[in-house]
Design a binder for this molecule. Structure first.
Ligand SMILES: [Ca+2]
Ligand SMILES: [Ca+2]
Length: 303
């Protein structure tokens, strides 16, 4: 904290610009100490693992079934026992409204009934959905829609809320692929870039009423009987939620304001004297996009 001269020309817009001596400002570290969210990069890594040390990181993963092991740089989810195969899921993380999953993986079917997938568990179970590379000879597994046989699909929990791509699931088996899945619970849109080339290959939209933040991701390698596996070479789950640019401040030494800043713009929010008050940088006119580096600074008068 340092003493400084601060121009307060736009702090109180109905007053002429002026320079006031004896003001001080509190920047980010103090804000954090006060429990106010100050600076945030919008891309927050929630879970990342390369599976390169031969030991399942039990701070990140919950696993079970026969069998799940980490070896040779991969998480190896095998289906070695009928209906009791391996499974893995992340620990629950701070729920995110918007996310991107980047995963390098290999899917191997042990037969004609195989359902490798990534499952996204929402804060309300109505919002759960999955991205699947399924192939099955059992009609109900593709909702008895012949056009959906052996298709990469996004499913929101019932046949009426399933969406099939034109991509043949089996085209992606038995070779390493990179899949990038993004989800925005505000729009419900799921996008799949199945070869990681930056071009979206398929998208689907969750129906209204099924759009909730996501709190956990699972990896499935299920299939009928045995012999299937789903191997994960790398896994990175990123939250794309916008920076938090609102909060509450309470000061007894007026006047004070909150200054919100991104790379190009500064906006100030004045706070009523002797009151605990909320500030919201976006309402003050700061445009905050995903990926922006935003800082919040509180200005007040020294004794
Ligand atoms: Ca690896
Ligand atoms: Ca693509």
């Amino acid at each position: 904290m340092k003493k400084t001269k601060v121009a307060v020309n736009d702090m109180f817009k109905n007053k002429p610009p002026r320079v006031v001596h004896g003001y001080w400002f509190i920047a980010l570290p103090v804000l954090l100490a006060l429990g106010i969210n100050g600076r945030a990069n919008a891309e927050t890594v929630l879970i990342q693992d390369d599976f390169n040390n031969g030991v399942i990181n039990t701070n990140k993963w919950i696993t079970g079934g026969s069998d799940v092991t980490e070896h040779d740089g991969i998480l190896d989810i095998q289906q070695n026992v009928t209906d009791a195969g391996g499974w893995a899921k992340t620990f629950k993380f701070t729920s995110t409204k918007k996310l991107r999953l980047e995963v390098e993986h290999t899917m191997h079917p042990g037969g004609d009934y195989y359902f490798p997938n990534f499952g996204f568990e929402a804060t309300d179970k109505a919002g759960n959905f999955g991205v699947s590379w399924q192939r099955s000879d059992n009609g109900p597994d593709y909702c008895d829609n012949p056009n959906w046989y052996n298709k990469v699909m996004v499913g929101f929990g019932s046949c009426s809320d399933n969406f099939a791509s034109t991509l043949a699931s089996s085209d992606y088996y038995d070779r390493p692929i990179k899949s990038i899945i993004t989800y925005d619970s505000s729009t419900g849109k799921v996008e799949l870039d199945v070869d990681g080339d930056g071009t979206i290959d398929f998208s689907a939209t969750a129906p209204a009423g099924k759009r909730f933040p996501i709190k956990q991701v699972s990896i499935g390698g299920y299939g009928w009987w045995t012999g299937h596996y789903h191997q994960i070479d790398s896994f990175m789950l990123v939250s794309l939620d916008n920076p938090i640019v609102k909060g509450t401040v309470a000061w007894t030494k007026p006047p004070y304001s909150v200054q919100c800043k991104n790379n190009t713009t500064v906006k100030s929010v004045s706070i009523p004297q002797n009151k605990k008050a909320q500030y919201d940088c976006e309402k003050a006119g700061l445009v905050v996009n995903s990926g922006d580096d935003v800082s919040v600074t509180i200005r007040g008068k020294k004794d």
